[in-house]
Design a protein around this ligand. Structure first.
Ligand code: HEC
Ligand code: HEC
Ligand code: HEC
Ligand code: HEC
Length: 223
């Protein structure tokens, strides 16, 4: 009779070692495979381009009368009575289509306030009785260094947004009680004579956590 010997309790040990050895070899082999990356599933390191410096530019687009005075620039354009006579408001001339004619002495001015030239009349803003001031709808006379209330007299809602910091740009402290804060004048961004702001290219959005090739189809091309 062929009788198998009783299993020796000591013989369990070599079988366990064999198993552990096998597992170790298996894991080492896997680690080597992953390191070699034969399937190419590991995303290549992303090359995230820096945002073009033009998007970080904080200099206002326009310089106002106030900025020019501060920088001691040539103010001859504002010397209205160097050319005009007191108490003789310059007459406004129109062409056959009813469009305002700009004299060559003021050829630096291109009028285009609103679609259909709705606010191109000089004396809607300039004071014909005193050319060196601006006139507001309610009769107030303003100096050239105080433009926002002039604009606000016709653009009430935008003016109130601006006053509260929702339109235009506030620099410094947002909490006015914590210290100084400055607000750009309307004329730092809008040309009073032609206030529409030209369309600008938007800055690129945040970079997604995906490789460049996979997202390239979603990213708009920049010129
Ligand atoms: C370099 C000289 C000069 C200066 C400085 C000057 N003007 Fe004139 N301006 C003229 C001349 C010339 C005309 C056309 C002749 C006329 O109608 O009296 C004119 C015309 C005008 C007109 C009529 C425009 C039109 O379309 O018919 C207005 C309004 C005016 N000027 C306002 C001003 C104001 C406001 C200032 C100052 C902020 C000023 N000017 C500074 C020379 C000047
Ligand atoms: C919507 C209001 C508005 C209208 C309309 C307007 N102006 Fe002005 N103008 C201003 C303001 C505000 C300034 C000061 C600009 C600044 O600080 O940048 C100014 C500046 C000027 C200046 C001095 C600076 C320069 O660019 O030469 C002249 C001259 C002038 N205006 C003439 C005119 C004439 C002429 C007309 C009509 C054809 C006219 N303006 C229509 C608001 C207006
Ligand atoms: C006398 C009234 C009056 C004053 C003062 C005035 N505006 Fe206007 N503004 C208008 C009218 C009217 C329009 C045209 C609205 C339309 O076409 O629907 C306009 C249009 C505009 C637009 C839109 C332009 C566009 O083409 O989309 C801007 C921006 C603007 N104004 C800014 C200003 C600024 C800045 C000032 C002060 C320098 C100012 N306005 C002063 C009456 C005024
Ligand atoms: C920091 C720049 C900046 C300043 C300061 C600023 N604006 Fe604007 N404003 C803009 C821009 C940008 C737009 C949007 C233009 C567009 O949508 O094409 C705009 C739009 C407008 C419009 C068009 C209607 C609207 O609300 O969309 C009006 C009117 C206007 N501004 C008036 C003013 C007045 C009045 C002031 C001052 C009290 C002022 N802005 C100050 C940048 C400025």
């Amino acid at each position: 009779m062929d009788q198998r010997p009783n299993p020796d309790p000591g013989s369990k040990l070599p079988r366990t070692n064999l198993l552990l050895g096998g597992l170790t070899i298996g894991f080492v082999a896997l680690a080597a495979l992953f390191a070699k990356d034969p399937w190419g599933h590991v995303a290549p390191p992303q090359n995230i381009p820096l945002v073009d410096a033009k998007f970080l530019e904080t200099t206002p687009w326009r310089r106002t009368y106030t900025d020019m005075v501060k920088a001691k620039e040539d103010m001859s354009d504002y010397d209205c009575y160097g050319c005009h006579e007191k108490n003789k408001p310059p007459p406004i001339r129109y062409d056959a289509k009813g469009k305002i004619v700009i004299p060559k002495e003021h050829s630096n001015i291109v009028m285009g306030h609103g679609s259909h030239d709705r606010n191109d009349l000089c004396y809607n803003c300039h004071n014909e009785q005193n050319l060196v001031t601006l006139q507001v709808r309610d009769g107030r006379e303003l100096k050239f260094d105080n433009i926002p209330p002039l604009c606000g007299s016709c653009h009430g809602p935008t003016y109130r947004d601006w006053e509260n910091g929702a339109h235009g740009r506030t620099s410094g402290n947002w909490d006015f009680s914590k210290g100084e804060s400055t607000r750009l004048s309307c004329a730092n961004c809008h040309n009073p004579h032609a206030p529409r702001i030209p369309t600008r290219e938007p800055a690129p959005g945040p970079h997604p956590m995906r490789s460049a090739e996979k997202t390239s189809a979603l990213t708009p091309t920049h010129h």
